[in-house]
Design a binder for this molecule. Structure first.
Ligand code: NAP
Length: 248
């Protein structure tokens, strides 16, 4: 019997695969047997080298998400995809009273609009070949909590949680599993400013039951599970992988 936790024979596209959580997901999915398309707007060499170093294969895809509809068009021309990981994301910090339209639009475009239009392109292609697949959106603790000084990020990540449920409602019966992972505080570029601030760093660590920052690998293993046959009856969930943060 084949291992239900493996991804052999599946083609998995990961956005923002050049670094951080996306890179870890690309690596873990390749390790689980998937043919990975590592997508990003920056060089993907490091990710491809890491995957090649394990004797595995991946191919790069230049994919900037600033124009989400254009990016979705790129996806449509790729051939069969079984897994889409909407990982790429940005954050802009400023007091709500000072927050600019540019910081609002940039974050909403990449973190929310691109998530929807990439998912739509993925589903259209899947339905056209009468196939299914899995979409995994990377949400946030700020899909549940308000946060502070990150209005567009919080709005986008709440939106990702809602979209995940809506798309699951529409597509579960058509063979596409749509789920999300809400990472806790993970040590990547995205959280560099927080870790560099001793007061914020201490306050964060004091609240995490696990007592440590998360690693990108913590998220990657959950993504492999959600993409695998083992998760075939899981639809519309947002799974926190947060060291227990939300339990406090
Ligand atoms: P990261 O290291 O900053 O990586 C973000 C990725 O998104 C990079 O690959 C980046 O590409 C890509 N990206 C940003 N803007 C893009 C654009 N316009 N077009 C294409 N790619 C773009 O951050 P991370 O921590 O790995 O974040 C990955 C995801 O996890 C994000 O959705 C983030 O919101 C979420 N998340 C992270 C944490 C955490 O604690 N780290 C917590 C909750 C949620 P470049 O390298 O070229 O900029």
């Amino acid at each position: 019997m084949s291992d239900p936790f493996r991804l052999d024979g599946k083609v998995a596209l990961v956005t923002g695969a050049n670094t951080g959580i996306g890179q870890a997901i690309a690596l873990a999915m390749a390790g689980a047997g998937a043919e990975v398309i590592a997508a990003g707007r920056s060089s993907l060499d490091e990710t491809l080298d890491l995957i090649a170093g394990k004797g595995l294969k991946a191919r790069p895809l230049a994919l900037a998400l600033d124009d989400p509809v254009k990016a979705a068009g790129t996806l449509a021309g790729l051939g069969r995809l079984d897994v889409l990981v909407n990982n790429a994301g940005i954050i802009r910090r400023a007091d709500a009273v000072d927050f600019t339209e540019a910081d609002w639009d940039a974050v909403i475009d990449v973190n929310l609009k691109a998530v929807f239009f990439l998912a739509q392109a993925f589903a259209r292609a899947a339905f056209a070949r009468e196939g299914g697949g899995a979409i995994i959106n990377i949400a946030s603790l700020l899909s549940f909590q308000g946060g502070i000084r990150v209005p567009s990020y919080t709005a986008a990540k709440h939106g990702v949680a809602g979209l995940t449920k809506l798309l699951a409602n529409e597509w579960a019966a058509k063979g596409i599993n749509v789920n999300a992972i809400a990472p806790g505080y993970i040590a990547t570029n995205n959280t560099e400013a927080l870790r560099a601030d001793p007061d914020r760093n201490r306050a964060i660590l004091e609240r995490i039951p696990a007592g440590r920052w998360g690693e990108a690998r913590d998220i990657a293993d959950t993504a492999v599970f959600l993409a695998s046959p083992a998760a075939q009856y899981i639809h519309g969930t947002i799974i926190p992988v947060d060291g227990g943060w939300l339990a406090r």
